[in-house]
Ligand binder design. Structure first.
Ligand SMILES: [Zn+2]
Length: 193
């Protein structure tokens, strides 16, 4: 089944905007966490190395979707998680990197699937894999392997050594592979009916 390219592009842009807004909104939850700190200006994080690294780290496992639409969405989501930096523009005290967490992954899966399709399991997988791939690059790049992964159940940042990047990236790949196989099986069943 082939969709027109324009539809794929519109879908990716809309889903990315929602994901980006969710990440920024979720970051305000950091104001209620015990380890609040005055947030540093985020401008330094906006460089080509960061953006390119996150994009590639998302596209690589995303390729396992065997679908450009979901692969590109995974890459874009993996970059846009860092919109949680924007909270720093408000000069608030908060726990930084809130959306670098399992809870944010869960919320983004639910919201994206409610908006774009309750049966769009690949979109849900793209959101979860993008969070994992993002954490992988942050851990790999070394300056930032520290996230509140279990927020709000454990309101502190957890540190990961550089070498752990491979586990996050492998988990992202496993999520996508599992959903790709599931969706293929489903569509084969539908064709057989
Ligand atoms: Zn990050």
């Amino acid at each position: 089944m082939h969709r027109p390219l324009k539809m794929d592009a519109q879908f990716i842009i809309k889903a990315s905007l929602v994901f980006c807004a969710l990440s920024a909104a979720f970051s305000f939850g950091g104001m209620f966490m015990p380890e609040r700190v005055p947030l540093a200006n985020p401008a330094g994080g906006l460089n080509l190395h960061e953006i390119g690294g996150h994009l590639i780290w998302g596209l690589l496992p995303g390729a396992l979707f065997l679908s450009a639409r979901y692969a590109v969405a995974t890459g874009f989501f993996a970059v846009l998680i860092d919109s949680d930096h924007m909270i720093a523009l408000f000069r608030l005290d908060a726990l930084p990197r809130m959306s670098h967490s399992i809870a944010f992954a869960a919320i983004s899966i639910v919201v994206l699937m409610l908006i774009f399709g309750r049966k769009d399991y690949r979109l849900g997988a793209a959101a979860l894999a993008a969070v994992l791939a993002h954490l992988s690059f942050d851990t790999f790049a070394g300056n930032d392997g520290k996230f509140p992964l279990l927020v709000p159940f454990y309101g502190h940042a957890i540190s990961f050594p550089n070498a752990d990047w491979i586990f996050f990236e492998a988990a992202a790949a496993a999520v996508i592979l599992a959903v790709t196989i599931m969706v293929r099986r489903q569509s084969r069943k539908l064709l057989a009916v």
